[in-house]
Design a protein around this ligand. Structure first.
Ligand SMILES: Cc1ncc(COP(=O)(O)O)c(C=O)c1O
Length: 396
């Protein structure tokens, strides 16, 4: 009995692996502080809960609903995409999905044929390459360096483009680096993609979480017919709604109709109650997001300050999302910490010996780094970073 060859191709989500190990240690009573989670530590806004409670009583929500999503939610996505992102679309340019994650997979499945290549800037969010492979495509990694602020350039893209290149993945603000491209930098990349007739899959999950300057403009502002652009968005990060699982694809109707076919066989509609929750979140504006953002910014500044005091750790100041991506390569050396040769070893050492959980850079295609989420309470952030500093000091 054989299982699919995909088994050799894809790996499980690495961010989940470290969270699971941290959870196990916690269950054993260890005082673990987790910097691994990719989700806000705030509750979902109360008005969302209230609206869902009312909706749960309505029998219409106990039945199947349209595959592409409830009209009230899609209309709200149309309204807020225009309001916040300057994207002018119609209701039939939207497909609601089970989180941004499913939206991304469905978008790849809708566009890619066997062997098509997808350019993925590294460090990358761990799901992109795997979702490309599941869809029959080939991930082509566009590596970036600390010296270049983890930003890709059009000359790099030129050198990696082949006649099979079909999609460029674009995410700004970025998970895991928190890097935000300037308007000009973004425009150069978009122009390159449009001129080369390559799709841009623009993941805009973190668009509202920018602390300095402005967020990058969406490529859909320039490609107004959505000829080459697919936007991915959702409520998980900006409204603290990770568990509700609502995201969406914005694309031209050919792509949406294809995505609809796939989703009709995969999951049908997203849970009606979750869609109502997302509708409520969008309808009530960004007030709660702004409050959350203030806390994130305070923690961001604190964490940057703390890392700057630690010897031989280098950091690019992140402008968005809720992650830091420090260079800890000096410590990935057996001579500095016995048994530690890469960032996976380093993160295991931090977790096993000091009960602090970070995600190793390898998960994002970059050895020598770790991802530190600052979406945790001020107390835990302080305590966890003190432990990190002590752990490093103990090496002398
Ligand atoms: C860059 C990025 N895109 C998409 C997602 C998916 O979000 P969700 O599926 O929770 O909506 C995440 C979640 O971590 C992310 O970091």
């Amino acid at each position: 009995m054989q299982i699919s060859k995909l088994n050799e191709l894809i790996t499980p989500s690495g961010t989940m692996a470290i969270s699971n190990k941290a959870r196990l240690l916690k269950q054993q009573g260890k005082p673990v502080i987790g910097f691994g989670a990719g989700e806000p530590d705030f509750p979902t806004p109360n008005y969302v809960i209230k609206d869902v409670q009312i909706a749960a009583e309505d029998p219409v929500n106990h039945k199947y609903s349209p595959v592409a999503g409830l009209d009230i939610l899609k209309d709200e996505i149309v309204r807020t995409s225009d309001l916040y992102s300057g994207i002018n679309i119609q209701n039939d340019n939207v497909l609601v999905s089970n989180g941004g994650k499913q939206a991304i997979l469905t978008a790849f499945l809708s566009i890619l044929d066997q062997g098509d290549e997808v350019l993925i800037p590294a460090p990358y969010w761990t799901t992109y390459p795997e979702a490309v492979k599941i869809s029959g495509g080939e991930p082509v990694i566009v590596d970036t360096s600390f010296e270049d602020d983890f930003k890709i350039s059009t000359s790099q893209l030129d050198s990696l483009k082949t006649n099979k290149t079909k999609i460029l993945v674009w995410v700004s603000p970025s998970n895991p680096t928190g890097v935000v491209y300037s308007k000009k930098e973004a425009e150069d990349i978009y122009q390159w993609a449009f001129e080369n007739d390559i799709w841009i899959l623009s993941d805009e999950l973190y668009e509202h979480l920018v602390y300095e300057g402005t967020t990058s403009p969406s490529p859909a502002q320039y490609d107004t017919d959505l000829k080459n652009t697919i936007v991915i968005n959702g409520v998980a990060k900006a409204y603290s709604m990770t568990g509700w699982r609502v995201g969406w694809i914005i694309a031209n109707t050919d792509v949406i109709n294809m995505a609809k076919k796939i989703q009709s066989h995969a999951t049908s509609n997203v849970s009606n109650l979750s869609q109502i929750a997302a509708y409520s979140a969008l309808k009530n504006g960004l007030g709660e997001t702004e409050i959350m953002k203030k806390s994130f910014n305070r923690r961001r500044m604190f964490a940057i300050e703390e890392f700057s005091k630690i010897e031989k750790v280098n950091l690019i100041k992140p402008l968005g999302a809720f992650y830091l991506f420090p260079d800890i390569s000096y410590y990935c050396n057996d001579k500095v910490i016995p048994g530690v040769n890469n960032s996976i070893d380093f993160c295991n050492w931090l977790l096993d010996e000091h009960y602090i959980a970070f995600v190793p850079g390898e998960v994002f295609g970059k050895n020598g780094y770790l991802r530190c989420s600052y979406a945790l309470s001020d107390e835990n952030l302080k305590e966890g970073l003190e432990r990190f500093a002590k752990a490093i000091k103990s090496l002398k």
